[in-house]
Write a protein that binds this ligand. Structure first.
Ligand SMILES: *Cc1c(COP(=O)(O)O)cnc(C)c1O
Length: 425
């Protein structure tokens, strides 16, 4: 610490000026500390990342790229962005990185901007089978402005159907083939996807939003060697600030940079870029590599233990940080399970399962992930307990926080989060 006040972390001043808002910040912290966070797309970032986010770099307009800005006074933010770029390239062994996308969805837009004209064809995973809104669904710009064709999961294996991907690729000759999604528990076969892309001359786009942290931590294979472009979020397993980024082959660097700015975004959020630099440094440490391996080990235990209690993981298990669970065996809907868990201090989300008979707002499944609980230092023993608590809440609770089952489970949750706190005091 220098002898200057670091203005960004002056919580006392905020508290004095705005007790109403600072009260919300404190009660959100208590919410994170008080329950089990099993949402597969969330994590608990470090105080160092939060400090960079809350810094004076938030003030700076820096449209353009380091050394080529539209505004003066960018010398310091240039250094922050260069650090983030260099660390990102080195973390993933990538030719080129763009750290300006404001989010995962913004990074994905850049892929459309760089490679597709309106009306042109994209092949991607269907949303109900585990894809993402930005992969050509009708409610998103990607489905309104582009011609999206979708592959799904195989009816028996419930894993990505590569034969269908290949068949549709040959039939439709898409310019871009997207792989990755929000509810895929298994590893992707990047060699197979590359071969399909080469067969039809398509750009290979991997949306690694969910699993990029596992790649950074060297716990699963990387798509970077095969893919033309890899987009990702920085706030999921990776555990950085809420944001996005992309890495690509050198030949696509110009097109993607131009698509991020000036085609899609205005000024980059320099405080968030600084926080991404901190996050990329964290993700290159042995401690983070251990973390990534533990995230997967925990997810495997959680999936196995739930399976033993009649809550079936689709595909039979997981290789990653998440499990997609079919609740039909216990006769509960995803919506009910989400509400019952919530009442018991367990935050998770309902999720459609492949060929779900229910509509998406009800769903037959839930998705659980281990990034947050692993950040809190929980391991296999705690996963066994969590599986038992989920099963109890989901099958015996009724969604009322005052119900005896909710209270009992909440008590056990409190024990877990007391011994493994988020943001220890
Ligand atoms: C989370 C996610 C995104 C979107 O990220 P945002 O930061 O919410 O915009 C995109 N693609 C996939 C596969 C995701 O899981």
């Amino acid at each position: 610490m220098t002898d200057d006040t670091f203005y960004g972390s002056d919580f006392g001043a905020l508290e004095a000026f705005d007790p109403e808002l600072s009260g919300i910040l404190l009660s959100e912290l208590e919410r994170i500390r008080g329950g089990l966070q099993l949402i597969a797309s969330e994590n608990i970032c470090s105080p160092e990342v939060l400090t960079a986010l809350g810094s004076t770099l938030s003030n700076k307009y820096a449209e353009g790229y380091p050394g080529r800005r539209y505004y003066g006074g960018c010398a310091e933010v240039d250094k922050a962005e260069e650090l983030a770029i260099e660390r990102c390239k080195s973390l993933f062994g990538a030719d080129h990185a763009n750290v300006q996308p404001h989010s995962g969805a913004s990074a994905n837009q850049a892929v459309y901007g760089a490679f597709l004209q309106p009306g042109e064809k994209l092949l991607a995973m269907s949303l109900p089978h585990g894809g993402h809104l930005t992969h050509g669904t009708k409610v998103s710009f990607s489905g309104k402005w582009f011609d999206a064709v979708h592959y799904g999961v195989h009816p028996e294996t419930e894993d990505v159907d590569y034969d269908e991907m290949e068949r549709l690729a040959k039939e439709h000759r898409p310019k871009v083939i997207c792989s990755g999604g929000s509810a895929i528990p298994r590893l992707l076969d990047f060699d197979r996807i590359r071969a399909i892309c080469d067969e039809v001359g398509a750009i290979m786009w991997v949306d690694a939003a969910h699993f990029i942290g596992l790649v950074a931590g060297q716990a699963i294979p990387s798509p970077v060697p095969q893919a033309d472009v890899v987009t990702f979020t920085t706030h999921k397993v990776l555990r950085g600030p809420r944001s996005g980024a992309l890495v690509c082959k050198e030949e696509h660097a110009k097109a993607l940079d131009k698509a991020v700015f000036p085609m899609l975004q205005g000024g980059p959020q320099m405080n968030t870029i600084a926080a991404k630099a901190v996050n990329f440094k964290e993700a290159a440490t042995p401690a983070y590599q251990d973390y990534a391996k533990n995230v997967i080990a925990n997810a495997k235990v959680l999936a196995t233990e739930l399976a033993e209690r009649g809550i079936r993981p689709t595909t039979g298990g997981t290789d990653t940080h998440l499990a997609l669970l079919d609740l039909q065996g216990v006769g509960v809907t995803g919506k009910e399970a989400e509400a019952r868990s919530d009442a018991a201090g367990i935050t998770l989300n309902k999720n459609a399962i492949p060929n779900d008979p229910q509509k998406p707002s009800i769903a037959s499944g839930i998705r659980v992930g281990t990034p947050s609980v692993t950040t809190q230092g929980m391991g296999a023993d705690e996963m066994v307990t969590i599986a038992e608590l989920i099963h109890t809440a989901v099958t015996k609770g009724d969604g009322d926080p005052d119900h005896e089952v909710s209270r009992e489970v909440r008590g056990r949750v409190t024990e877990l989060v007391t011994t493994h706190p988020a943001y220890p005091r």
